[in-house]
Design a protein around this ligand. Structure first.
Ligand code: AP5
Length: 225
């Protein structure tokens, strides 16, 4: 086993849609100098560029369903093989099924690597719906706002680059409700999967953004020290 494989750190942020995974991943990846790998963001980039992958994924995303495992796993393995991930990565939105988690473990094991810590951000359903239907995102830098909980300085405009903010197509109420159902059926089993591996740590995602960041950083540092 080489030095590189001993040092690599893989963090998987687990939680329902709207738990704050993307918000926290942006902050933590910068603090820990780890690339933020968001399966949802990679899909959305491909949707907007109308690539073959984007066209394949569109119908699933617009219905709030999961994109098939083979497509998603192939896409993430390709992204993780890039040079910036040699010291690990912070994953947001992947894995999302037990089959994806098994494939990911097998992929890491080839280089004697493993998932080190899985913070599970817990938030109740009523809060999730309010968060997702009030979310606004910057199309250029990806910064995420909320009209009530985390508003930009000028409504509709990104604080960082002045771009017009947009609302995601899959944040309509019916699609959000389906995404929560899909999460319960297909992603919740990962809680036990990672608990049984001894890497799961529960985080209270109902606190404000700064408090969640502090709890996450403490939990991650304790487990990778
Ligand atoms: P994806 O983009 O991954 O969506 P998601 O998991 O549903 O998560 P979200 O991005 O909606 O929420 P989040 O937890 O990141 O919350 P955020 O920080 O934005 O996936 C989209 C789709 O792609 C899927 O439905 C599927 O079709 C497909 N896909 C992706 N990965 C896949 C996979 N592995 N397999 C198959 N298909 C896949 O926060 C939400 C809002 O709350 C924001 O407005 C924010 O400002 C606010 N907020 C955040 N934290 C707080 C807080 N503590 N207090 C108050 N407000 C807060």
């Amino acid at each position: 086993m080489g030095f590189e494989s001993i040092m690599a750190i893989y963090i998987v942020l687990l939680g329902p849609p709207g738990a704050g995974k993307g918000t926290q991943a942006k902050i933590i990846s910068e603090k820990m100098f780890l690339p933020h790998i968001s399966s949802g963001e990679i899909f959305r980039e491909n949707l907007s560029k109308k690539t073959e992958l984007g066209n394949l994924a569109r119908k699933y995303i617009n219905r709030g369903e999961l994109v098939p495992d083979d497509i998603t796993t192939g896409m993430i393995k390709k992204r993780l093989s890039r040079d910036d991930c040699r010291n690990g990565a912070l994953l947001d939105g992947f894995p999302r099924t037990v089959s994806q988690a098994n494939s990911f473990d097998e992929f890491l094991a080839i280089d004697h690597k493993k998932v080190n810590v899985v913070p599970y951000i817990k938030v109740s359903d009523e809060i999730l719906i309010e968060r997702l239907t009030g979310r606004w995102t910057c199309p250029v830098c990806g910064h995420v706002y909320h009209e009530k909980f985390n508003p930009p300085q000028k409504p509709g405009i990104c604080d960082f680059d002045g771009s017009d903010l947009y609302q995601r197509d899959d944040d309509k109420l019916e699609t959000v409700q389906n995404r929560i159902r899909v999460y319960i059926n297909q992603t919740q089993p990962l809680i036990d999967y990672y608990r049984n591996k001894g890497v799961l740590v529960e985080i209270n995602g109902e606190n404000n953004i700064q408090m969640v960041t502090e709890e996450l950083l403490t939990a991650i540092q304790e487990r990778i020290a």
